[in-house]
Design a protein around this ligand. Sequence first.
Ligand SMILES: Cc1cc2nc3c(=O)[nH]c(=O)nc-3n(C[C@H](O)[C@H](O)[C@H](O)COP(=O)(O)OP(=O)(O)OC[C@H]3O[C@@H](n4cnc5c(N)ncnc54)[C@H](O)[C@@H]3O)c2cc1C
Length: 486
Amino acid sequence: MKKVIVVGSGFSSLSAACYLAKAGLEVEIFEKNQTVGGRAGQMVKDGFTFDMGPSWYWMPDIFEKFFADFGKKPSDYYQLDKLNPAYKIFFKDDSITIGDCMEQICKEFDRIESGSSEHLRKFIKKAQDNYDIAINKVVLKPGLSPLELVTKDTVTRLDQFFKTISQEVRKRFQNPKLISTLEFPVLFLGAKPSKTPSFYSFMNFADFGLGTWHPKGGMYEIIKAMEKLAMELGVVINTNCPVDKILVLDGEICGINTQGKNVVSDYVVSGADYHHSETLLDKKYRQYSESYWDSRVYAPSSLLFYIGFDKKLKNVEHHNLFFDTDFEQHAIEIYDHPQWPSNPLFYANFPSITDASMAPEGCETGFFLVPIAPGLEDTDALRAQYFDIVMDRFSALTDQEVKKSIIFKRSFCVRDFVEQYNSYKGNAYGMANTLSQTAFLRPNLRSKKVKNLFFAGQLTVPGPGVPPSLISGKLTAELLTKNLAL
Ligand SMILES: Cc1cc2nc3c(=O)[nH]c(=O)nc-3n(C[C@H](O)[C@H](O)[C@H](O)COP(=O)(O)OP(=O)(O)OC[C@H]3O[C@@H](n4cnc5c(N)ncnc54)[C@H](O)[C@@H]3O)c2cc1C
């Protein structure tokens, strides 16, 4: 039986491992950290359960398809609830609440801009068509050739690759609050809406059409499910085992070295950050130079605060976006002139509002996220300064005192992303999905220099986010197993 070593245990690695084991290979995972899950880790402290990374469960169809490939359903492993409201957006003088169906969302749009629901329905219909093409066709291609993108569906929509989502939204809506609401979903792709092709409006269908879901117990339940599935399929999982070197002999994989020990294998799939994975190879076997990596556009890093409150909070929902400051200025400070934001937008998540299992009785579990440019200086003083900014704005906008109610607090930022995940420049969400960093223009799933070496994850195809990471693992496993048949 041929053996594959999988580096890392994030969503992409676990996905690849499951597909490879199903294909009949012997699969062994080596994860540097104490627990599996990578950026989707979990912290449990004094009765508070924190998802360390992802908190938005979007595109439930992709999770269903993943488990269906193994004859399973998400409900075999976790309970999924649709959130209503899906989320709330705070502006300076008002807030918008996004319900769990188009009827409710249309009502809210009309409240803000009379007659806008008619435009919204047309916009979402187009977004749904794009979703069908993107998710059911384009995204399932391994990015080996530009021809993969040339289909009847994409050719007839060519204009949507050269117009941006910002232009498309502004053509239909005037109110700045509605514009921000409709530009928000593409932020998950990691680039500015003014740099993201309008074809990516499929994210708006994911948002308004498919809804926002919550696995009871938190996002880590998905990781636990995939870990269980992998083990059922015979995958061996080693934690606390950093891979120190990928071993190559005459241009062909022969295994890995971990903590002074060589482990032999026929194949290696690395789901660790792509840049880091290449540093595990001798220089002559790396495909991309340091200047290549430096010239890419990365999705943001984040300053995160995990907070336990000794009381229930008011005026907030499970997911909350604080768009009360200038979005454009913050985007400039992330992408154009990287620096700590002068007046940051932020996101706050309180899963215990809908899921009592995530906090002690009468308490609230809070997660605050400020998107920042990757590679910024990260000091304790800066974290403290931004903590005060975020808490003060949060208190004022939600009309409650919170600082005195904090009984647990931990911050996480650029240097933690580097230390914990070997992340390039401390990026949180990998490489942005811009037109020039899409599909075959992203780092390859298969090494061009080392036979039997493959990659997966948010820096390769198809891109950042949990659903794309699941797909990435599947694509790399398919490439590898095709290779096996040759
Ligand atoms: C704060 C935050 C919020 C997010 N929010 C969302 C969200 O709401 N919805 C969404 O869909 N997505 C979200 N994302 C993105 C999503 O979490 C990621 O795209 C996805 O988890 C990436 O998975 P991955 O397998 O590519 O990488 P990772 O999860 O980073 O996995 C890589 C693994 O490799 C391990 N590793 C690194 N080096 C080595 C080595 N030398 N040896 C062994 N192991 C190694 C790491 O420890 C890690 O476990 C968020 C991410 C962050 C950070």
